[in-house]
Structure formats: C-alpha cells, structure tokens
Design a protein around this ligand. Structure first.
Ligand code: FAD
Ligand code: SIN
Length: 533
C-alpha cells in the first residue's frame, strides 16, 4: 500500500492543473493508464474559449454558453467559470504555454479564433494543436515540481470507500485499487482526497474523435462507488471528423468553419442555410444533425468542408497539422474539399459535481470532462471544455483543502484490505473481449447516436443488459487486464447513457428523439442516476 495526501487519476488539463496547485499543500500521486502524454487534452485542436477581445464581455460569453446549453446550464456555474478564465489563461502563459499572437508580456495581443455558437472571436489557440501545446507544457512543469510523483501505466480499477468496507460512518472515499500495467500487480493507493480527471467516453461509439484512453473509466468507477451521475444522454457529436479509409479518429477543427470554411454536399452546393440562419457556424448539435440528415437523404457516405476560398499560405500557417495530415493521406485541402462525417466527441454529463468539482461522495472530486458541473447543460459550446478543466481543476484544490485540512484524519483510521485476486485464470481467448467491445460500440452507434427513437433505445438497453452480465462473468473469472477493465467500464457507461436517454421524453440540445421531437418546457431538471448500494 502507498499513501498520499492527494491522488489524481488523469494527466489531461484538469488533472495536471489540480496537481500543480495541490503540490503546494502536500504529496500528490498522479496516475495515468498508458503514458502521461496520452489524453484528450493532447488531441485538442481549436483552443480555449476566454474573454480577451475588446469587443467581448463576460455577459456575451455567458449568453452564448447558455444558448448552446438549451436551458440546462447552471447559470451561476457558467458565470464563475467564464469570469475566472482570463486569470487561468494568464497562468498557463506564465507556465510556458504559447498561444498564437504577437508581442510579449503586457503588450501581448493574443490572436483570437472563432468557432460555432460564439458571437465573438474568443478562442485562444496554438496553431491547430492547442491541446498538444498545453499538455506538453503542463507535463514539463509537473515533472519538475517537487511533491508530484507520476505513476504511468497505472490503471485505476475501483474506488475504495468506507461504505464498501462496511464502516457505519458517513460514506467517504479512502483510496483506490490500481493495476500496474507492467507488472500485473494491484496496488492500494490510500488517500482521503481522490480526484477523478479521467476524461470522457468517446470510445463507447464506433466512430469518434477521441483517443484510445477515452473509455469512461471515471464515470464507471464513481457509479460503482455510489456517487451521483448526471445528464449522460447528452453526448456531443462533432460535425467534422475526417472521412478517410485509413486515417481514423482525425478531427477537422471547427476553427476552420470559424475562418470561413463552408459545408457542401457531393453536388458542390451549400446546405446549412436550410437548417439554420447561422449556416456552417451554427452550434454543433444543429450542424451534426443537419449532416446526418443530408447523408441519410442523399445516400452519400459523407459531406465536404470547403476551404478553397482561403489563401493557400494562410491555410498552411493557421492549420499546419490538418494541412500536413491530409496531404499525407493524399488530400490537398487548398485544392480539394475535405470529406467529413460526424463522430462522437464529448461527454456533457458525468459525475455530478458543484463548481469546485466536489461530488456526492465525501473526499471524491471529479474535474474536467468526467465531471458534470452544469457548465454545458444539454450541449457544450465549442472550446469551453479546456476552460472548464483549467478553472475547476484549480478550484478543487482550494475546496478540498478547506474541507479536509492536511494533517487531520477524519474519523477512525480505516483498515483497508489488500486486493484479492481470487481463483482466476488468464483470459483464454482475447477475441471474446474484442468481440464484446465491437458489439457495444456498434450498437451504440446504430441505436444511440445523433438521432434516437424509443424502440432503438429499448433494443440497446436489452442487449446491453446481456452484455453486462457476460462482462461481469469475465471480470470475476479471468485475471484482470487493461482491456478487460476498459470493457467493464465501457459497458457500464453505455448502459448509463441509454438509461438517461430513455428517461428524457423530449428533444433538447444533443438529445434528439423522433418519438418526442419537441422541447418540453417542463423538462428542465437534470437526469440524475444513483446506484442503490
Ligand atoms: P483528458 O485530457 O482526456 O485526460 C484523461 C486522463 O485520464 C488521461 O491521462 C488518461 O490516461 C487518464 N485515465 C483515464 N482512465 C484512467 C484509469 N482508469 N486509470 C488511470 N488513468 C486513467 N475542448 C476544447 O475546449 N477545445 C478544443 O479545441 C478541443 N478540441 C478537441 C479535439 C479533439 C480531437 C478531442 C478528442 C477533444 C477536444 N476537446 C476540446 C475536448 C477536450 O480536449 C477534452 O474535453 C479535455 O481535454 C478533457 O480533459 P481532461 O483533463 O478532463 O481529460
Ligand atoms: C474543435 O477544434 O473543433 C474542437 C473544439 C472543441 O471540441 O471544443
């Protein structure tokens, strides 16, 4: 067993923002499955939404966020996060993050981008690889910070709670069981302050912009521990993922539409004006649904993003990663329209928290994409996610230290049993795991994606129940591996998405169902799920 003042699961913007600040108060363990550089954060392209422009204001950013969120944002949370943005961005710059712009220090004029749903230019970016720039700088700083210890290739399996151990006190978190992926050993991490910063669950769908780590582990762990989960039906589909036979999961940033890119069909004609007066720059839910409709209507496998009206030098300089990746795939974006399709991108729901990332389970925090603060409501405004990770990651430290001061052990020091492997054998054929994995992802894509129906949701629920039983059997009978643990989490999160979708009898934001096509003004509550332990 190892013990730390803080244990953070995740090395994206949220986890590292937390760790860098928490290290001022105590010893911090930072866990990541795979390497610390592998995160959604490192794949982010467009940038960070933040009020910096002279023509902009907090009020406008708040209004755009509320508008995208379709009635379910918590306004006070939106306001806090938006207003704390500039200070957090100044800190990132201080830590070495380079946002595109000119000048130095006080004279710096940041070059702001534009994305769908934003009424002003307010996106701080580093070319088209903003996430990589932020992730690398934060990792560099964290690795050189005393008090932070990295545990890479350490897979968090489950939370340890007083409730699970049978203590008759108020339930609280006591630590985590963690699989060392290299040695196969399970280690107990003991801490009264645990932070989930595990990102989202894009991999629950067959087509996604997300990296392989995005399997919803944090939500599944929190659910099993009895924490409250909210709004899982609101899965955001990004309208423009590259459609290509060999390049998978590659995002074509919304910033391209912000710079004048136009969506066209195979006939070369614009179609977005039919769906929204904002055309190609309408919020994501509207654009993704419109593309889905056009693909179904025409029978074509994709639509196209046309950047040909833009100057060649500008495209190469502003979007070097996309330009190069497409060129290597045989597509010159300065001369040809880019084939695109929608793909699962972002989890707007998650572990329910307040604006400080505090969950319903004492000592447990959820920050970044895994958490549901109320910022995004029924649909996230573009580039508000990195902002939320930076702001809430920092607020969590303050709140945690206030509620659970270092050096004080709340209640009786618990005895935590070591992990018991039981009478298990190696998985004899990995194909059983991959088969179930593929089945879940396909059924989620076919039955629970951009446009839903009651019947399809029922089918998905029935199949998932069977799959859950089967996966649970694997879990008890086979030696655990990262693949098996991810499958267990994936099927759990898929079931939570379906349960949530089934309980919302209206269409709102990202949840669109043909059986309840209208928004019902009475359905203004979050969809809240809690496991009865
Ligand atoms: P992540 O960055 O996803 O980090 C998750 C971490 O948790 C990883 O370190 C992972 O190893 C670890 N982890 C997960 N499970 C376990 C486990 N069981 N055990 C141990 N470790 C675990 N948002 C914006 O605001 N602007 C953008 O421009 C933007 N562009 C995007 C482009 C792409 C292609 C994608 C996929 C997303 C984009 N997003 C963007 C969304 C944004 O990147 C993410 O929401 C955000 O980075 C999430 O950060 P995070 O810190 O919460 O988690
Ligand atoms: C993008 O660059 O289009 C992604 C922005 C986001 O997801 O916020």
């Amino acid at each position: 067993m190892v013990a730390f003042d803080f244990v953070v699961v995740g090395t994206g913007i949220a986890g590292l923002s937390f760790a860098l600040d928490a290290a001022r108060h105590g010893r911090v363990a930072v866990l990541s499955k795979k390497g610390a550089g592998e995160s959604n954060t490192a794949w982010a392209q467009g940038g960070v939404a933040c009020v910096m422009g002279e023509d902009d204001s907090f009020e406008l950013h708040v209004a755009d966020t509320l508008d995208a969120g379709a009635g379910l944002c918590r306004e006070e949370v939106v306001r806090t996060i938006v207003e704390e943005g500039p200070a957090r961005m100044a800190e990132l710059i201080e830590l070495g993050v380079r946002f595109d712009g000119s000048g130095e220090g006080e004279n710096r004029v940041v070059n702001l981008g534009r994305e769908g749903g934003h009424t002003r230019r307010r996106i701080l970016h580093h070319e088209d690889t903003t996430g990589r720039e932020i992730a690398e700088r934060l990792l560099e700083r964290a690795r050189e910070t005393a008090g932070i210890e990295f545990f890479e290739e350490h897979f968090a399996i489950d939370l340890i709670t007083a409730g699970k151990l049978g203590y008759a006190t108020e339930d609280r978190v006591l630590g985590l069981y963690v699989l060392n992926e290299r040695s196969g050993e399970v280690i107990t991490f003991r801490s009264d302050r645990v932070v989930l910063a595990t990102g989202g669950c894009g991999r629950v769908y067959q087509y996604t912009t997300n990296p392989a780590i995005a399997t919803g582990d944090g939500v599944a762990m929190a659910w099993r521990a009895g924490a409250t989960i909210a709004n899982m039906e609101f899965v955001q589909f990004h309208p423009t993922c590259l459609y290509h036979p060999s390049v998978k999961n590659f995002l074509i940033t919304e910033a391209m539409r912000g710079e004048g890119g136009v969506l066209i069909g195979a006939d070369g004609k614009e179609f977005m004006q039919k769906y929204d007066v904002r055309g190609s720059l309408a919020p994501r839910d509207i654009v993704a649904r419109a593309i889905d409709r056009e693909i179904k209507r025409t029978g074509n496998p994709c639509v196209y993003l046309d950047m040909r009206s833009k100057d060649e030098a500008f495209l190469r300089e502003r979007f070097p990663n996309i330009y190069q990746t497409c060129l290597e795939a045989g597509l010159d974006i300065t001369k040809e329209p880019i084939p695109v399709v929608p793909a699962a991108h972002y989890q707007c729901g998650g572990v329910r928290t307040d604006v400080n990332g505090s969950t319903s389970l004492r000592g447990l925090y959820a920050v970044g994409e895994v958490g549901c603060t109320g910022l995004h409501g029924a649909n996230r405004l573009a580039s508000n996610s990195l902002l939320e990770g930076a702001v809430v990651g920092r607020r969590a430290v303050v709140d945690m230290v206030r509620r659970s001061p270092l050096g004080q052990v709340p209640g009786v020091a618990p005895v935590i049993p070591a992990w018991r492997a039981g009478n298990v054998t190696d998985v004899d054929e990995l194909v059983v795991i991959y088969h179930n994995w593929d089945e879940i992802r396909r059924l989620m894509w076919d039955y629970v994606s951009i446009v839903r129906t009651t019947k399809r949701l029922q089918r998905a629920a029935t199949r998932l129940r069977n799959l859950q039983r089967e996966v649970q059997e694997f879990y008890w009978n086979f030696k655990i591996t990262p693949e098996l643990l991810e499958l267990r989490n994936l099927v759990q999160v898929a079931a939570l998405i379906v349960d949530s979708a089934q309980s919302r009898h209206e269409s709102r934001g990202l949840h669109c169902t043909l059986d309840y096509p209208e928004t019902d003004p009475r359905c203004l509550d979050d969809t809240v799920l809690r496991r009865v332990l």
